[in-house]
Write a protein that binds this ligand. Structure first.
Ligand code: FAD
Ligand code: NAI
Length: 468
């Protein structure tokens, strides 16, 4: 029987990073992963195969199309008759995925991580180790890291299939649907809704909650909603889905809006109402691995489960379902196993939504900061007063800095605007080091860059922005 110091179950961002870090630290490591794409093993989990990477590839392609077909004229570039070759666009997305999933296989080889394709199932404890069925073969592992991720949540009684799709289906429509319905105005809803709208779909988004992105800073969610509505995304808030009927050529959805029943037909329906922890086939119940009431694997602050030698990380333990959070947990758990001080600072995990304009934030919203008892000051600076944004032709949005009025410490940064997915990184690093708004405001930022908006927003917390 093969024997390992560390066996990772799941090869997504949590699992593959944990395996690489464990191998770097000298552990004999294997990773068993079941994911298949086009009938073949494909490492990288949800993120690389049917999540972060393919969605961003399509967001980029569709944004280029929108730019060329509808916005190039503003720059004095005349392009007539730009059309979309959807097959080619989807093919490009697949080749990006191939490159990256193949890259994980290469990294496993380079770091001497044994890669096993198939299901991993906890079987029994054996002295100070665990026996795991890895793709039909029993292996022995001193430490097991469960990183089995999450799956899309279906509407009760409405299984995915046909024209009712989850994230995987929504990344692979063979034709642009004329009428696209989206249930859930969350991250997937607005990202993939944006992709298909840019390519020509009429997109209707049905959301149960009364408002948009309620977890983000109010100023940002308000501005983002305004911009997305302007593009033609048709949002309906506070609705209640009462019936979904699959037909041969489409889906009929009945919902209540302001107390009135409404029935609408769509060619395709994306259901993006959140994700649930994935533990099917893991053998959790059989070995007594504790899950919480929502099905997440229960862990302590060192990623230890209730069973000695079994750890869990990533989407399957809850918290923000984000690839970078999962990766950091992968590093932390491997370092803890090596006796080091592995740690994830959950207070500054950035969120980025790759719509146009992009949305990004980290740390506390103004409301949260006040609720936590801080005396708060804020500074906001618009991209419309920034030379680079005007040059780009995209001066929408702003950066808002939330700081403690007594200590000047930056508590949160909230952005909506061009390239804010990249701008948020600087502020995360500063918050990690406990920086003040003055530190940020006095840091030299290259001119002309979008990053000057971040600096100016920091200066604005003391009412001394220079260019407004
Ligand atoms: P997963 O990536 O789900 O990986 C788990 C792996 O374990 C899978 O390969 C699965 O097949 C395998 N597995 C499960 N059970 C077993 C078993 N018993 N045996 C063997 N293998 C098993 N996050 C971001 O940060 N940025 C983004 O831009 C972003 N975009 C997204 C877009 C979409 C459409 C979706 C759906 C998600 C997106 N996410 C994004 C979220 C991100 O994909 C997840 O947070 C991340 O993949 C979680 O990593 P994980 O390793 O915990 O789980
Ligand atoms: P989500 O949690 O972001 O949004 C789900 C939305 O559906 C919520 O607004 C919720 O109120 C609504 N909803 C729930 N039940 C409903 C119902 N019955 N009827 C109508 N609306 C309903 O979940 P989503 O979009 O499915 O994405 C899952 C997760 O994947 C995200 O939370 C995020 O963690 C991750 N993700 C991250 C991305 C990024 O970082 N850019 C991109 C895409 C996904």
């Amino acid at each position: 029987m093969d024997s390992y110091d560390v066996l990772v179950i799941g090869g997504g961002p949590a699992g593959y990073v944990a395996a690489i870090r464990a191998a770097q630290l000298g552990f004999k490591t294997a990773c068993v992963d079941a994911f298949e794409r086009n009938g073949k093993a494909s490492l990288g989990g949800t993120c690389l195969n049917v999540g972060c990477i393919p969605s961003k590839a399509l967001l980029d392609s569709s944004e280029k199309f929108e730019m060329i077909a509808r916005e190039a004229g503003e720059h004095g570039i005349q392009v007539d008759g730009a059309t979309v070759d959807l097959g080619k666009m989807l093919g490009r997305k697949e080749s990006v995925v191939d490159k990256l999933t193949g890259g994980v296989a290469y990294l496993f080889k380079k770091n001497k991580v044994t890669s096993i394709h198939g299901l991993g199932r906890l079987v029994r404890q054996d002295g100070d180790a665990w026996i795991v069925d890895a793709a039909g073969q029993e292996v022995r592992a001193k430490n097991v890291i469960v990183a089995t991720g999450s799956s899309p949540r279906a509407l009760p009684g409405v299984p995915f299939g046909g024209n009712i799709v989850d994230n995987s289906g929504a990344l692979a429509f063979e034709q642009v649907p004329a009428q696209l319905g989206v249930i859930g105005a969350g991250v997937i809803g607005v990202e993939l809704g944006s992709v298909w709208r840019r390519l020509g779909a009429q997109v209707t988004i049905l959301e149960a909650l009364p408002g948009f992105l309620l977890a983000s800073d109010e100023a940002v969610s308000k501005e983002a909603l305004k911009q997305l509505q302007k593009q033609g995304l048709d949002f309906h808030f506070g609705i209640k889905i009462t019936e979904v009927q699959q037909g041969e050529s489409g889906v009929t959805v009945t919902y209540e809006e302001k107390g009135q029943p409404v029935t609408t037909r769509f060619d395709k329906l994306i259901v993006s109402i959140g994700r649930v922890p994935h533990t099917a086939g893991l053998g959790a119940q059989e070995v007594g691995l504790q899950l919480d009431e929502r099905g997440f694997v229960k862990v302590d602050d060192h990623f230890r489960t209730n069973l000695p030698g079994i750890y869990a990380i990533g989407d399957v333990i809850g918290g923000p379902m984000l690839a970078h959070k999962a990766e950091e947990e992968g590093v932390a758990v491997a370092e803890l196993l090596a006796g080091q001080a592995g740690h994830v600072n959950y207070a500054v995990v950035p969120w980025v939504i790759y719509t146009s304009p992009e949305i990004a934030w980290a740390g506390l919203t103004e409301k949260q900061a006040k609720e936590q008892g801080h005396k708060v000051k804020t500074g906001q600076f618009p991209f419309s007063a920034n030379g680079r944004a005007l040059g780009h032709g995209d001066p929408r949005g702003f950066v808002k800095v939330v700081a403690d009025a007594d200590t000047d410490k930056i508590l949160g940064v909230h952005m909506v605007g061009p390239n804010v997915s990249e701008l948020i990184g600087e502020t995360v690093a500063l918050m990690e080091f406990g920086a003040s708004a003055e530190d940020l405001g006095r840091t030299v930022h290259a001119h002309p860059t979008l990053s000057e908006v971040v600096k100016e927003a920091a200066l604005a917390t003391d009412k001394r922005a220079l260019h407004m």
